[in-house]
Design a binder for this molecule. Sequence first.
Ligand SMILES: CC(C)(COP(=O)(O)OP(=O)(O)OC[C@H]1O[C@@H](n2cnc3c(N)ncnc32)[C@H](O)[C@@H]1OP(=O)(O)O)[C@@H](O)C(=O)NCCC(=O)NCCS
Length: 176
Amino acid sequence: MIRDLEIRSITKDDLEKVIELDNASFPEPWSKSLWNVELSRNQRIYLGAFQKKELVGFIGGLLAHTDFHITTVATKESIRNLGVGSVILFEMLHQILGLSAEVDSITLEVRSSNKPAQALYRKFGFAPVGLRRAYYQDNDEDAIIMSLENLQSANLQDRLAKIRKRFPLINFVGVQ
Ligand SMILES: CC(C)(COP(=O)(O)OP(=O)(O)OC[C@H]1O[C@@H](n2cnc3c(N)ncnc32)[C@H](O)[C@@H]1OP(=O)(O)O)[C@@H](O)C(=O)NCCC(=O)NCCS
């Protein structure tokens, strides 16, 4: 069980911590200038999971017409598989659903070898909808495109409620 976790929006004040976690999590982390631009743009949501002020996870994405595209998600390696990824994805979905009734899908790309991430997305109802061949430049790996649709369905609400119940102690931003 993860304790003392606070989920809130990340801002430029968190930039150094975000870059540190990004560098530790991805073979192709974003540059400081890209993070700076992303954190100041409209139509974005960036959330961080903080444990006693330490950033232990983040997630981000952008709204493009009726699709919300999740562009990044990572958690601190030493506490993976303890629920932080689920908590930040839960809060992200909650915020996306509150953005606009026009949003009708949430998509993302994931490396074909990245089974933990795929399992996380499947747990929330994401399903594979396509493939981008040799999408990742560091090793020419394919990306699986995964999508979550039927955002207003009772099925999704049930799924989210069950996931929420697993984390009763978490201080979510937008959820009572
Ligand atoms: C993907 C990632 C964000 C998951 O974060 P996490 O904090 O481990 O997530 P959780 O603990 O909530 O685990 C969520 C689900 O993922 C699956 N999972 C997590 N670790 C796993 C592992 N080592 N093997 C298989 N499945 C795993 C499980 O289904 C788990 O759900 P469950 O606990 O209900 O069984 C994390 O592994 C990470 O940061 N990886 C490096 C960056 C990355 O690959 N990001 C994704 C880019 S698309």
